[in-house]
Design a protein around this ligand. Structure first.
Ligand code: DOR
Ligand code: ZN
Length: 348
């Protein structure tokens, strides 16, 4: 049976890049139109390292959000080798910081200030465990000897498993999980969770090379082979509360993507919910979309569910070739292609 409409509780995006300045102004409306909340990543230049910086960034996001949108940015701190444990106390006291993001130094966009060795952050992580502030991890090793496609699985063995043994009560979100190893590790640890992106649910690595090199499908962690995609989509539709929506929508201007050394990041905020609907429908499990998009995340982060609903309607629309992006253009996921699901605004 094909469904023509699907109404779900208003969803949240548990992993989002909003950038700053003109880029922020260009993208925030896409997310705010559909999602009640989003966890905003702190990898700005310079990174958002302190509670004070996060609160100031939150104000800039609010100022850039269209009037009338009931959208709440949930803020994160960027973990460095010199983050003091007292920053965790300030973060928790502020009630504005939902977690701390761990980027292995050099793993991805604006991660140079990240952590070289987690031992540097021992006291901070202990304080996070004590105060029950989740750690959000970019799960890839940066060892140049490790093949790009193996970096996530290697991270589990070298970094994550030892960390979980050392701090067994620290809640950890495995961001943008891309491998069956990550899915298995999360399932084995009930206090862990993972976000899953639309591109990793819909595509395997062959898509990056179909008909030529596709820079707009390049993100980190990079797309993996089909058997990994299958593990991810099975986890997404399984109904397990450990897996929830996090787009990792990561805007870069066209000139930075279509370049000899292109930036990593897929922009999906313009069509996030329709893309997830497509993925869930491919498994015949549209009935599980609401849990994934609107219920598992709040439960993990111990927040109430949003008020209100959104409705997906089965109606074709064509994704624009590009969007305004300050002085550049932004090429979105599925640019110029037709999607089968569209979001219709419900009454608030
Ligand atoms: O592809 C990515 N882009 N992966 C990340 O981890 C960071 C993000 C970005 O900020 O552009
Ligand atoms: Zn990200």
């Amino acid at each position: 049976m094909t469904v023509a409409r699907l109404t779900i509780g208003r969803p949240d995006d548990w992993h989002l890049h909003l950038r700053d300045g003109a880029a922020l102004a260009a993208v925030v409306a896409h997310t705010a139109a559909v999602f009640g909340r989003a966890i905003v990543m702190p990898n700005l230049k310079p990174p958002v390292r302190t509670t004070a910086e996060a609160l100031a960034y939150r104000e800039r996001i609010r100022a850039a959000t269209p009037a009338g949108a009931a959208f709440e940015p949930l803020m994160t701190l960027y973990l460095t080798g010199t983050t003091p444990a007292a920053e965790i106390d300030r973060a928790v006291a502020s009630q504005a910081i939902i977690g701390v993001k761990y980027y292995p130094a050099g793993a991805t966009t604006n991660s140079d200030a990240g952590v070289r060795d987690l031992a540097e952050a021992g006291a901070v992580l202990e304080r996070m465990q004590e105060l029950d502030l989740p750690l959000l991890v970019h799960g890839e090793v940066t060892d140049p000897a490790v093949d790009t496609f193996d970096r996530e699985a290697c991270f589990i063995d070298r970094v994550l498993a030892p960390l979980v043994r050392r701090l067994p009560r620290l809640r950890i979100v495995f961001e943008h999980a891309t491998t069956r190893e990550a899915v298995a590790f999360v399932k084995d640890h009930a206090h862990l969770a993972a976000t899953l992106t639309p591109q990793h649910l819909l595509l395997n690595r062959t898509a990056m090379f179909t008909g030529g090199l596709r820079p707009h499908l390049y993100c980190l962690p990079v797309l993996k082979r089909e058997s990994h995609r299958e593990a991810l989509i099975e986890a997404a539709v399984s109904g397990s509360p450990q897996f929830f929506l996090g787009t990792d929508s990561a805007p870069h201007g066209r000139s930075a993507k279509e370049a000899a050394c292109g930036c990593a990041g897929v922009y999906s905020a313009h069509a996030a919910l329709p893309l997830y609907a497509e993925a869930f429908e491919s498994m015949g499990r549209l009935d599980r979309l609401e849990g994934f998009a609107s219920q598992h995340g709040p439960a993990y982060y111990r927040l109430p569910r949003n008020h209100g609903t959104v409705t997906l309607v089965r109606e074709e629309w064509t994704v624009p070739e590009s969007y305004d992006f300050g002085s550049d253009r932004l090429v979105p996921f599925r640019a110029g292609e037709t999607l089968n699901w569209r979001v219709a605004e419900d009454a608030p």
